[in-house]
Design a protein around this ligand. Structure first.
Ligand code: KG4
Ligand code: ZN
Length: 342
């Protein structure tokens, strides 16, 4: 089965062709990061307009690279939500327009399901069941995953998402957008003993997270500087921030594994690209005897491959999941556990 995947939920336009027999045949991505950096964050209207500009050339690129004819595809999977409404509408309209023109069925995919299943695209994929930590710009969730479409929420953030905390703290330090990679790079040069920031909810009995207090703590440290904040101080604060967030994320993953008795942990979403988080989880895995799986770096952040793959996985279970119904709608807010029954 050959599925075309289209991702346009935020600031990346991603297209991909995934075949259940031959694997990933082609994928193409355009990141709008440089355009939004000027404004310090994603500007929704600019994002939608740029998706319109990029979607068709990227679509043609994946067909050309794979040498596949347009009408050889079996279905089109597109990100239906959650995300920015205008941005989602671009992907949905391209998917449905193409579906109508080619007489192919379409299938709306949950963006986080794409992230969740993205480690299965790696050369050594995890087996079900596993615990998944979804850490992106909009979400921080711990899920138990028993199979495709079988997701149980174990805990989530009560306020800011992990990626959001990275981005906001980086902004406070004047490190630009997107903040995650910038603050992570800066932290490498920081003194770990210079500042100590709070570990929100580290000792709470549940698996929920809260990161807005951590961001406020960064704000307080920045405000308390009597002179202009120097580069070394920025690095020290970045280090304290990264140490705090990584410790909380690692501890909650270990608790989730302990509570469920599972031995496999999957990390998905943009923050999963973070080097310090990976080092901390790898160390915990050795100490606590579990295995940790990451998506390929290029599939950590938003991409079309994970959407094509999630579509193909769903269609393998239920071939009728894709429909020749082109009256599309999008779901900017869409809880992941609501899609748990196939
Ligand atoms: O999954 P993603 O591409 O988009 C969403 O669905 O939100 O995640 C983007 C988030 C941003 O907040 C970005 O700052 C963060 O992932 N991020 C990182 C790193 N790379 C991306 N955070 C920490 N360290 C990184 N290396
Ligand atoms: Zn994402």
């Amino acid at each position: 089965m050959l599925v075309l995947g289209i991702e346009s939920s935020c600031d990346e336009t991603g297209l991909a062709l995934y075949d259940t027999e031959r694997g990933l045949l082609a994928h193409a991505l355009y990141s709008q990061v440089a355009m939004h950096a000027e404004y310090g964050g994603v500007v929704p209207e600019l994002a939608s307009r740029d998706h319109i500009r990029r979607a068709i050339p990227l679509l043609e690129q994946v067909f050309a690279e794979s040498g596949i004819a347009h009408d050889a595809i079996d279905a089109i999977a597109y990100t239906q939500g959650p995300g920015l409404a205008g941005a989602l509408l671009v992907g949905a309209s391209v998917a449905c327009g193409l579906g109508l023109a080619l007489d192919k069925p379409v299938l709306g995919i949950h963006h986080l399901e794409g992230h969740l299943l993205s480690p299965l695209l790696a050369s050594e994929p995890p087996e079900f069941p596993f615990i998944a930590l979804l850490v992106s710009g909009g979400h921080t969730q711990l899920m138990r995953v028993d199979g495709v479409g079988q997701y149980t929420m174990l805990g989530e953030t009560l306020d800011d998402a992990a990626g959001e905390a990275f981005d906001k703290s980086a902004k406070l330090l004047g490190l630009g957008y997107p903040g995650g990679p910038a603050i992570s790079r800066m932290a490498q040069f920081g003194d770990p003993t210079a500042y100590k920031l709070p570990r929100p909810m580290l000792h709470s009995k549940n698996l929920d997270f809260s990161f807005s207090g951590l961001k406020t703590a960064v704000l307080t440290v920045v405000k308390n500087q009597t002179t202009n904040i120097c580069e070394q101080d920025k690095a020290n604060i970045a280090r304290a921030f990264v140490d705090a967030i990584v410790e909380v994320l690692t501890a909650k993953c270990v608790t989730a594994l302990k509570h469920t008795g599972l031995k496999r942990l999957v990390i998905a979403g943009g923050v999963g690209a973070n080097q310090q988080l990976r080092e901390s989880l790898n160390a915990a895995a050795v100490k606590k005897h579990f295995k940790v799986f990451y998506p390929e770096l290029e599939f950590c952040t938003d991409n079309g491959a994970m959407i094509a793959f999630a579509g193909a996985m769903r269609l393998q279970i239920n071939p009728d999941a894709a429909k020749k119904d082109y009256a599309f709608n999008v779901k900017p807010r869409w809880p992941l556990d609501s899609i748990s029954t196939i």
